[in-house]
Design a protein around this ligand. Sequence first.
Ligand code: AMP
Ligand code: GLY
Length: 419
Amino acid sequence: MKVLVVGSGGREHALCLALSRDPTVGSLACAPGNAGTAELAETFALDVNDPVAVAALAERVRADLTVIGPEAPLVAGAADELRRRRLPVFGPSAAAAQIEGSKAFAKSVMNAAGVPTADGRDHTVVEAALADLDEFGPPYVVKVDGLAAGKGVTVTGDRDAAVAAVRAALPTEGSRVVIEGYLAGPEVSLFAVVDEAGQVEPLVPAQDFKRIGDGDTGPNTGGMGAYTPLPWAPPDLVDTVLSTVVGPTVTELGHRGTPYSGLLYVGLALTATGPKVIEFNARFGDPETQSVLARLRSPLTRLLAAEPAEWSDEAAVTVVVAAAGYPAQPRLGDEIGGLAQAAAVPGVTVLHAGTKRDAAGRVVSSGGRVLGITATGTDLAAARAAAYEAVDQIRLPGAQFRTDIAAWAATPGAASSSP
Ligand code: AMP
Ligand code: GLY
C-alpha cells in the first residue's frame, strides 16, 4: 500500500523509517518532509495547516493511508476532511484533538471521567486567576489555553513570574488560562493507539527531557532527548495507565459525541499517590517517537490499526541536536557536516528534523531542532554511549545538545530507585 506522512520533523522521519521497513508498505510519500525523509519518501510541498490541501494531496498521490504527524493540522481539521472524502487517515478529528488543543477541554474530560490529574481551574479574568495562584501556592503552574508548541506552560516558584505569565496569557477578551496544582514526580510519556472501534494498543513508555539545559535548567523546548525503557518505572505502569487514564478518557470522549481515534499521548507525573496526567497530546511525541519506534519489531501499519505490537528488549536513546539560539530564536541556514560519520557508529540512526537541501545540494539547518541521533544497544548505557559518540561527529556551528540524556537511568542504581 501507499502511505502519506504529513509533517517535517524528527517524528516524521522516524515514522517514514518504520514504514519503509513495513513489508505491507510499497511506497511512501512525505509532505513537506525534510532532507532525511526525502531519502525514503517522495516529497511534496504542502501547507499542513490547510485541511483541503492535505486531503487533495492524499487524493493526488492515491494514498491508502495518511498519517498526520503534528498537532496543528489535526486541530485544523485535516483528519475530518480526509474522512469526509472517505480517505483512510490516522489521526483524530478536530473535535477530539481538542484534548491537546485546549487545556480547559482536557481538564473537563478528565474531571468527568475521573482520570487522576492535578486540580485545576480555567479563567478568563486576571484577578480570579491570581486568587487561584495563591490558593494553590508554589510551585506555580500556569498554562495558556491553546496550542503553544511546548512553550505555553510556566512552572515557577517565583510568584512575580507566575503573575506575569497569567497577564501574558490573558491579553484579550476570550483568552483563557488554566491554573493548576504542581505534580511532583518523574515524568513519563506513554502512547496508545486507539482505533475507530475503540480498540487500544499501548506502545512502550519513554521519558522526554523538556528543558534546554543539562540538569533540567533553562526554558522549555519541544523536547531535547528521550529514552526507553524506563528501568525505574513500576512494572504495572502501562496497565495502570490504560485502566485509569486511557480507557476512561476514550469512553468519555465517545459519550460526548467526539470519539477518539489515532495516537493518544499521555504525559504523566509518577506522584507518591500514583500516575497523574500532566497533559494529553493528540499525536506521536517528538522526540519520544524516535526512541520508541527504534524498538518496534512488528509492522507499523499493524500497530496503527491497534493490532498487538512486538517490541525488542533493547534500549534506545535519542539526543536532539538543536540550532544556536533555540528555543527563543534559532539560527537557520547553517551547513550540517559529519552526517555520514555519525550514521556509521554501530547502532546509530541519524533522524533529520529541521533540515533541508539548499540549491547546491548541501544539507542545511531549517528549524530549531535540527537532528535527533537515535542509538539502540543492549542496555541504556550502551545506547547512550553510541548516541553521544555519533553526536560528537556532527558539525553544526553553535549546536546545542544536552549531555545528560538517560544519564541517570543508565546507572546500575536506577532499577531500584526513582529519579
Ligand atoms: P505541557 O506543555 O503541559 O507538557 O507542560 C510542559 C511541562 O511543564 C511538563 O512536561 C512538565 O514538566 C511541566 N508541568 C506541566 N504541568 C505541570 C504540573 N501540574 N505539575 C508539575 N509540572 C508540570
Ligand atoms: N516531546 C513532547 C511532545 O512531543 O509534546
